[in-house]
Design a protein around this ligand. Structure first.
Ligand code: DX5
Ligand code: ZN
Length: 219
């Protein structure tokens, strides 16, 4: 298992000051998690490729783009080509996930597959060789600041076991409700990449919040 990594979500940052808010975590975080929502796959609208391209010019950290959109097959390769470090597509939305994941990798980014809380991981076990990261949603996607869904933890354990059985270098990311109260449970279940929005940007010192979360994930 890889050492824990923290990917703060700018969904809870100030959208009018994104570059400044990314700078506040630049020394402590590993990634910047960017939630792309289209108001179709999820009932919320955030930002798209032009904002990601602008952020890429201002962020010292790589961007971890989480596409919560209806047509990831069409859009995901463009995020990778723009320079995103990692691009996540949702299993529930992709119509040709293998082709799209391969296109993301071919464009030089890490390819990730995301699955919602009620979607089982087992149907996707044969795809583990096609991905660099598996994202397990621990809230229903669409909004920051929701309560962590403990019901997903057994799936985190099963996913870690599937990755281990195949001896693959796939990272396991949890996203939603990850905080000082819940991160230890996620790490214990086998997650190694932690998205945190409100727990980081709701804190007085986001950089310090990231360091604390990392300390807890390390156990
Ligand atoms: C929710 C997003 C998350 C969100 C997490 O659909 O995918 O990345 O920003 O926010 P918190 O950490 O506040 O639950
Ligand atoms: Zn996200």
């Amino acid at each position: 298992m890889a050492p824990p990594q923290i990917s703060p979500s700018i969904l809870s940052a100030d959208f009018a000051r994104l570059a400044e808010d990314v700078e506040r975590i630049a020394d402590s975080a590993d990634w910047v998690h960017v939630d792309v929502m289209d108001n179709h796959f999820v009932p919320n609208l955030t930002l798209g490729l032009p904002v990601v391209e602008a952020l890429l010019r201002h962020s010292a950290l790589p961007l971890d783009c989480h596409l919560m959109i209806e047509d990831p097959d069409r859009w995901a390769p463009a995020y990778a080509e723009a320079g995103a470090g990692s691009v996540t597509i949702h299993a529930e939305a992709a119509k040709a996930p293998i082709r799209t994941l391969r296109a993301i990798r071919a464009a030089g980014a890490r390819a990730a597959l995301g699955i919602n809380p009620a979607t089982p991981v087992e149907p996707y076990e044969d795809l583990l060789g096609e991905i660099d990261m598996l994202l397990l949603m621990t809230v229903e996607p669409g909004f920051g600041g929701q309560r962590f869904l403990d019901v997903v933890l057994p799936k985190v354990r099963r996913a870690r076991q599937l990755i281990k059985d195949r001896d693959l270098p796939v990272w396991l990311q949890v996203d939603g409700g990850v905080s000082e109260e819940t991160i230890e449970r996620c790490a214990e279940a086998g997650a190694d990449v932690f998205v945190a929005g409100s727990a980081v940007y709701g804190a007085d010192d986001p950089g310090e919040a990231v360091r604390k979360l990392r300390g807890q994930a390390e156990g």
